[in-house]
Ligand binder design. Structure first.
Ligand code: SAH
Length: 217
């Protein structure tokens, strides 16, 4: 971490915004200490990287608040050998955090320019193990299924059914579910053909647009 002018701010972010608010999965905390979040913001906006709120990244999209990234990652209960699918690459930051913990990460993004930027960000941050694919993530990515964990990082009216069928037995899915203005974080755990739903905090995400999400307008 030599010559990183942001390191002190990043460590403070992890302590003040994450540890103090109850994030306790050490793998998540270490990943967020290590990944240089300022490399995932548009040039000129690096100063915003460690603040306690979401930041616009262009194309009407946002990089989520650090606490929400941490909470969603913790809820996924990731293991090193897990195969993980993310829907909504955005800046690539959430995928980078997952890749620090789990070996195989596929991230789907519907806007080609956003996907290209996410790939550039991941390269600059020297993160390996993430495959970005331009696709409608509401239908998932059956080619590499089943997944031990699936994370949706855009707000959906309901959990897209193709994602449930691409979840491994014992797999976890986390998604913001609700209307366009407010959603709740939902976790679904698969036990055979049974799906157990739990609901967590209220959140606000940009819409998940696609066949099993909101209509494009
Ligand atoms: N995880 C991101 C933040 C996601 S912002 C990060 O760490 O920065 C939500 C992203 O979901 C946007 O980039 C948006 O274009 C994308 N998105 C919306 N609907 C989608 C869909 N059906 N499939 C794939 N990506 C989608």
């Amino acid at each position: 971490m030599m010559n990183d002018p942001f390191e002190a701010r990043r460590l403070a972010m992890v302590n003040d915004q994450l540890r103090r608010r109850g994030i306790h999965d050490e793998r998540v905390l270490i990943a967020m200490e290590e990944v240089k979040r300022h490399l995932f913001l548009p040039v000129g906006m690096e100063e915003e990287a460690y603040l306690d709120h979401p930041v616009p990244i262009g194309h009407g999209q946002t990089i989520s608040q650090p606490y929400i990234v941490a909470l969603m990652t913790e809820l996924l209960q990731l293991e090193a050998t897990d195969s993980v699918l993310e829907i909504g690459s955005g800046s690539g930051y959430q995928a980078a955090i997952i890749a620090k913990i789990s070996d195989q990460v596929i991230s789907l993004e519907r806007i080609p320019e956003v996907a290209t930027r996410a790939e550039e960000n991941l390269r600059r941050a020297q993160i390996e193990g993430v495959r970005i694919i331009v696709a409608d993530g509401t239908v998932g990515y059956p080619e590499s299924s089943p997944y031990d964990a699936i994370l949706v990082t855009a707000g959906a009216p309901s959990v897209p059914s193709p994602l449930l069928s691409q979840l491994a037995d014992g797999g976890r899915l986390v998604a913001p579910i609700g209307d366009a203005d407010i959603q709740h974080l939902v976790r679904v755990v698969r036990h055979g053909e049974e799906f157990v739903f739990e609901s967590f905090e209220p959140v606000r995400f940009v819409p998940l647009i696609g066949q099993f999400g909101w209509q494009d307008q």
